[in-house]
Design a protein around this ligand. Sequence first.
Ligand SMILES: Nc1nc2c(c(=O)[nH]1)N[C@H]1C(S)=C(S)[C@@H](COP(=O)(O)OP(=O)(O)OC[C@H]3O[C@@H](n4cnc5c(=O)[nH]c(N)nc54)[C@H](O)[C@@H]3O)O[C@H]1N2
Ligand SMILES: Nc1nc2c(c(=O)[nH]1)N[C@H]1C(S)=C(S)[C@@H](COP(=O)(O)OP(=O)(O)OC[C@H]3O[C@@H](n4cnc5c(=O)[nH]c(N)nc54)[C@H](O)[C@@H]3O)O[C@H]1N2
Ligand SMILES: [Mo]
Length: 727
Amino acid sequence: MSTTTVDTHCPYCALQCGMRLAPRAAPRAGHASAGASANAVAEAPAEAPADAVAEAPAEVVERPDFPVNRGALCGKGRTAPAVLSRAVRLTGPLVRDAASGELVPASWDEALDRTAAGLARTAEVHGRAAVGVFGGGGLTNEKAYLLGKFARAVLRTPSIDYNGRFCMSSAAAAHQRAFGLDRGLPFPLEDIPRSGCVILVGSNPAETMPPALRYFTELRENGGTLVVVDPRRTRTAEQADLHLRPRPGTDLALALGMLHLVVTEGRVDEAFVAGRTTGWPQARAAATAHWPELVERITGVPVPQLREAVRMFCDAPSSMVLTARGPEQQAKGTDTVGAWINLCLATGRAGRPYSGYGCLTGQGNGQGGREHGQKADQLPGYRRLDDPAARAHVAAVWGVDPGDLPGPGRSAYELLDSLGREVRALFLSGSNPVVSAPDAARVTGRIASLDFLAVADVVLSETAATADVVLPVAQWAEETGTMTNLEGRVVLRRRAVAPPPGVRTDLQVLNGLAARLGWEEGFPVDPEEAFEELRRASAGGPADYSGITYRRIAEEEGVFWPCPETGEASAPHPGTPRLFLDRFATPDGRARFVPVSHRPSAEEPDAEYPVFLTTGRVSAQYQSGAQTRRVDELNAAAPGPFVQLHPQLAEQIGVAEGDPVAVTSRRGRAVAPARISRDVRPDTVFMPFHWAGEGRANTLTNPALDPVSRMPEFKVCAVRLEPAARA
Ligand SMILES: Nc1nc2c(c(=O)[nH]1)N[C@H]1C(S)=C(S)[C@@H](COP(=O)(O)OP(=O)(O)OC[C@H]3O[C@@H](n4cnc5c(=O)[nH]c(N)nc54)[C@H](O)[C@@H]3O)O[C@H]1N2
Ligand SMILES: Nc1nc2c(c(=O)[nH]1)N[C@H]1C(S)=C(S)[C@@H](COP(=O)(O)OP(=O)(O)OC[C@H]3O[C@@H](n4cnc5c(=O)[nH]c(N)nc54)[C@H](O)[C@@H]3O)O[C@H]1N2
Ligand SMILES: [Mo]
């Protein structure tokens, strides 16, 4: 490796693809070298030449040696440095001017003073619980950890949650219930091609994780079979040996129908069930009520296809079920994932090599972000906030009285829905809920009714634009930190370039706020120092990072948790790429079947709203689009929202390709051009959720919540369609 390049990781999804950055030379000053400390505020000229402002300060070069992606990157990763350029981002703090109502530039002292005062005043007048914190699964482990500490120890508020609640929380809850531990994938991605059959449920890696598609291609090249369950014929489904196209929201019935066939066809692995599980009689009884013909009526999947899926899954020597947001983002997401886990357990496809259930976690640090304490019910190390021993351990690391730690708070949507009422001041970091929250018009109104809002972001997102204070922060390639990818592999994102001079890191922001609220110490600005504290806080917890160090990560291409400290330098814990091979993480070591039954979605189509709406992603845009909508090449590939609909439906409502379609739900109305395609079921329309404004999909979505995970039903609601006037 040349000394001028830096090995780091992509800013976007949970693969955390390895990439190498070559910083561009002058005119931009302040480039850091590979080993530079991330908290050193770089010296750069206050006024850079115009071309330096628009130009990305680094270029991506291939890094073929990182195992997850072996050099492959998607279009978003390849173009990621464009978001580092000063032309598209925030370069100094902004505060809302009382006279004009506009956001105007301010000094860091003024911005931080106003934020600390805004939070403190609300706590004084309305109580500590009236101060809220909202985090993100894209934040590094160090940031997520210190954000949780800031809420629990400094603000002493229960009101903290984060956007990961909208992401993989149903799978996380089902994992906990069945296995006693939640790590999205219990095995590395490299095990996928060695399996005999993979059922991919509501996951479209061809668009959402393109560099991972090769694992599924290799599976088939090795003679394995791929089954895809998706209401749409996606680019992923095109690769499948068998594509099941259920009605949205019916995956629970589908999985139960498969389990029914497993029982009636005598394919239960009795020895595995007897030796390694509990609760089978109840789960079997629940499944036997789901006859194939009934399941066909509910799901629309013909019985022969259901049988074929069972045959592929059970004939293979090893098999996996992988879910993503399709089955999870439902008001019954936890039970749905539970049903797929039951299928794996009944057939002995869990806790064995190349077999098992896994969730393809979504955000860059979707895994680590759910382990270190920004979730409403959780303390670092994936400890429970309501567990006295966990409270005592973490309170000791923080130097506080365990009795002073607040209890569990509201889930993300419930927190957002309480704004302006119970929660009256909010510190938000790493999310853009004006675009990404369900029933977004309602949430936007709630945000506007806050007494005080501060947003830490890289860009002026739609949510930041409504804040009282905007704190501009450094991003991925400008600071060092760890991320835990979807495999549970903790990787080191290294700093490659200096942030612009007016920008601070999230750790510096938390340090500045904590200091103003009476915590002169305890909020390190050096990421490695923060990680050292996180190691201690996580020690002994389910997600134990105590044996992981920056040095080890760098030497080992990442380390899989749990990785406890052994206390012996010569015999470190190797990390845990594969979980559950000997025992599950439950008290008795056995996996738990959970009896589940099908139930309808919170909102089914009816005469007034006759069509299913489902939502998701396209390859060239990321999430709320805050970052990717600022990259020309990505906008050229995916310029705006659209409504994907079947030709039959298009004809019925009288729209042609490209015509504006009005989509109305009980929550609101959105308009976007028609994209007519046989790839979607005639009873269903699909909208990506990456855009704000008139085409915002989340104006329509239903905030009905899963009773266990509190996941909103992003994937199913009922809508009406009609042609709209051309703008
Ligand atoms: N390009 C891009 N990549 C991303 C992201 C991004 O925004 N853009 N985001 C990242 C994040 S945070 C996440 S969580 C992941 C998400 O990754 P995925 O889960 O793969 O993405 P989605 O498009 O949300 O949903 C996947 C599929 O679910 C299908 N689906 C809809 N309703 C149902 C249903 O009821 N049942 C079933 N079985 N399927 C259904 C949709 O048709 C869609 O093809 O992607 C990550 N990668
Ligand atoms: N209809 C519908 N809605 C959905 C979904 C769906 O499938 N359908 N999916 C849901 C899912 S899975 C997810 S994960 C959410 C995601 O939705 P959001 O939570 O809105 O996620 P992002 O758009 O990634 O927002 C991250 C914000 O953090 C900023 N940021 C980036 N890096 C940093 C950093 O280092 N520090 C700070 N402070 N900020 C940073 C970005 O600029 C951006 O503004 O959307 C959910 N919404
Ligand atoms: Mo996500």
